[in-house]
Design a protein around this ligand. Sequence first.
Ligand SMILES: [Zn+2]
Length: 426
Amino acid sequence: MQTTTDPFINQLRLMQHIEELAQIGRIADTGVCRLALTPEDMEGVKQVKAWMEGAGLSTRIDAFGNLIGRLEGRHSDLPILMIGSHIDSQPYGGRYDGAIGVLGALEAVQSLIEQGIQPLMPIEVIAFCDEEGSRFNKGLFGSRGITNQLEEGELERQDKSGVTRREALEACGCSPADFDISVYSPGSIGHYLELHIEQGPVLEAMNAPVGLVTGISGPLWLTVTMKGMAGHAGSVPMVMRHDALAGSAKVIAAFDDMVREEPEAPTVGTVGSLRVFPDSRNIIPEEVSFTLDLRDMDMKRRNRLQGQLMTLLDEISSRYGLTYTVTEDTNSEPRYCAASIMSVIRSAADEIDLPLPELMSGPFHDALALSYVCDYGMIFVRSKDGISHHPSEFSSPEDIALGTEVLYRTIRSMCISGMSSNRYPD
Ligand SMILES: [Zn+2]
């Protein structure tokens, strides 16, 4: 007899699916290259579609190139419980990113079917088209598509060989003329769940196989330009200098310290790009531009840090005799997971005595697009050494199975009880 903590999902079948999918577009032994809407990607879609049908789902590929497998609910007019992720990859990608979310969702729903559970509401397992954005330089295509968030000119974006997104879609049998039909009407998706590898080192450091995502942090992207005066590196005395790089270095170092002030907070700050003009060893740098990336789940803290940064720029500019400009490139708010879904996920993990630490997601996922139309929840699976977007990306079969088991129990509880919408905090 099965005890309550025994797994309901079939780990062997799940891992077989993951391994088999990884053979399509396989590179560097353990990696994959399945760029969106390429023959490899389509072969992956075809394979997953066959598995969905084998599990008893009715399938379709919509106009955006999303693969959707549907299990009818007892009330087919109730808002859908959507569960998914993506199976496209980076050019030198790993086999788990996205794939465990699609195949884990399929495994969970297949287990429901095998146990004779018919959900209250329809369930749709979805493999979104082009989450990675690698080929056309803009991602979350399928998830923004069904939620009506595509922007002007997206179909005209070209890949490196000059193929437009429109051409690539049409070559895969998808018709942009039918986009309208594939958009979900407001309210028709009730909830969205996504299982994903963490792609970071937090769970590993906590020795936790699985984590509960509290939300996707919104990045603030700034470009700072500090301007001083060039001069000969050998002749201008130190007291007379306006060295833009010396000033920028102080700002960058102080910014890093500032972000570290609350070690328990998930706040992260990065200066990832630096341009020095004129960039010569014997000229005092006249102008320096650097990018700044600041992310947090707590907008109050993020805003406070931004304020501190401005004070810092004032102080250091006046100390070094510099002027500065700041341009804002991106400013998006964090998207919180629904408290109601988080509590179902927490109970699911409790059932199998699995500790479930909370963490935020720095990277974004298809869930980000869905967060604008429905409540969502995310489960993270531990990543080895935090590595992702690389063939050495790894999550153990045991960890993936645990994450999928939590997903299964979450779905089961949501589709038996039904869930009301309860968004948090808006
Ligand atoms: Zn992903």
